[in-house]
Design a protein around this ligand. Structure first.
Ligand SMILES: [Mg+2]
Length: 395
């Protein structure tokens, strides 16, 4: 099954008044870079590449750097292609958009071999530990015309948090770090009050703090029974991570901006994390995520992949999550203490549902792992065309 064609689709969906903010940036639109690989067997595989920066440099690497390596080659060997793509770009790649490009191609190749063998990716990776996955709602961002307006934010957060409770989520994640810590703690207090005591609450600073501020915030967050504190400090500061982790009983999570096993193993060796969050579309696709999860387990770090993007990225996260062993094994598996949780981005994003013919949507906070071949999804190509603002093709 030879690779005959590689196509990328840059999808954009403007959010208008629904735009939202994290501590780092505003989100005026949702965007995704989808990858399709065609073969001489008539089968096509889909992937998604990158989440964080502009998609154009990622598309450029797919077409200008990697397509010449892949066109005409056998498709049924993603790990071989991964190693060649990584090794031949080591001198200028190894991180960032280069690995995002490799990730999108790798996901599309795994989707292809799944379609070739008529098996889901979870089966090709060794089997599913679970066929139903619990999700947590990622929401509770800064919204409205003035995202720093504390009073307006509290009203909006109470409503949003109550909605997640009604929808049956057992865990929700809130943003912190845009406002001064005292104001952010008021936001967390309002959310805890709205969701009650039974729902797990997670806090994500998107690396907004210095170590000493992060330690203070962690101590204050303990009052609200926060389960994990995500990205307290910048990802370069592993010593800062270690210090925050030593200062609190809250689990420390991070790694969504890290790439490959080479990047993650430094965090594990530094004892910087309780929970590692590699993103399948950014940290290296299925081939590399399986290795990152294996490395994490060797250091007794829980692996809960970061999931953000279109329905394709969500499907990739779901396939991977099915294959992650309980950590640790017990006779009574329970998310998130032993079982992994799937990140469900609850923010507005038409690309999450519309590009899939059967959208993946949680019911009572849970989603089913699909049985279908590859990623287990069918792409609605008319929806892809509707949102595509730039398209490139290599053949
Ligand atoms: Mg995060």
């Amino acid at each position: 099954m030879k690779i005959t064609r590689i196509e990328t689709f840059l999808l954009k969906a403007p959010l208008g008044e629904e735009r939202f903010w994290s501590s780092q940036a505003s989100f005026p639109e949702r965007k995704s870079l989808l990858v399709r690989i065609d073969t001489d067997a008539g089968l096509s595989g889909w992937g998604e590449a990158g989440q964080y920066g502009p998609a154009e440099p990622v598309a450029s690497q797919i077409h200008d750097v990697f397509a010449p390596m892949l066109l005409g080659e056998e498709a049924r060997q993603p790990a071989v292609h991964w190693d060649l793509m990584y090794s031949r770009t080591r001198d200028f790649g190894a991180k960032g958009s280069t690995i995002e490009a490799i990730s999108g191609l790798d996901i599309a190749l795994w989707d292809l071999i799944g379609r070739f063998h008529e098996a889901p990716i979870w089966e090709l990776l060794g089997g599913a530990f679970r066929r139903t996955v619990e999700t947590y709602a990622t929401g509770l961002y800064y919204r409205g015309p003035d995202p720093t307006d504390l009073a307006a934010g509290l009203t909006q957060l109470r409503e949003e948090a109550a909605r997640y409770r009604e929808e049956g989520f057992s865990a929700v994640k809130a943003k912190i770090g845009l406002l001064p810590p005292r104001d952010d703690l008021e936001r967390i207090a309002a959310i805890r009050e709205a969701i009650g005591d039974d729902i797990l609450l997670l806090a994500d600073a998107n690396h907004a703090y210095n170590t000493h501020v992060a330690c203070t915030v962690a101590r204050e967050l303990e009052r609200f029974r926060i389960y994990w504190f995500e990205e307290p400090v910048v990802p370069e500061d592993l010593e800062g991570y270690r210090r925050v982790r030593a200062s609190t009983t809250i689990a420390i999570a991070g790694g969504e901006c890290e790439h490959t096993r080479y990047g993650f193993v430094r965090w594990f060796a530094a004892h910087a994390l309780d929970i590692a969050q590699p993103d399948p579309t950014a940290a290296g696709g299925f081939t590399e995520l399986a290795r990152i999860c294996a490395a994490a387990s060797a250091f007794h770090v829980q692996c809960l992949p970061h999931v953000w993007g279109s329905g394709v990225a969500l499907a990739a996260g779901l396939q991977l999550l099915a294959t992650i062993p309980p950590a640790p094994y017990t006779a009574s598996p329970r998310a998130p203490y032993t079982e992994p949780l799937l990140e469900w981005d609850a923010n507005p994003n038409p690309l999450r549902t519309e590009v899939l013919e059967e959208p993946i949507v949680p019911r009572e906070g849970k989603v089913q792992v699909p049985d279908g071949p590859g990623l287990g999804i069918r792409i609605d190509e008319r929806a892809v065309a509707r949102y595509t603002v730039a398209q490139r093709c290599s053949e």
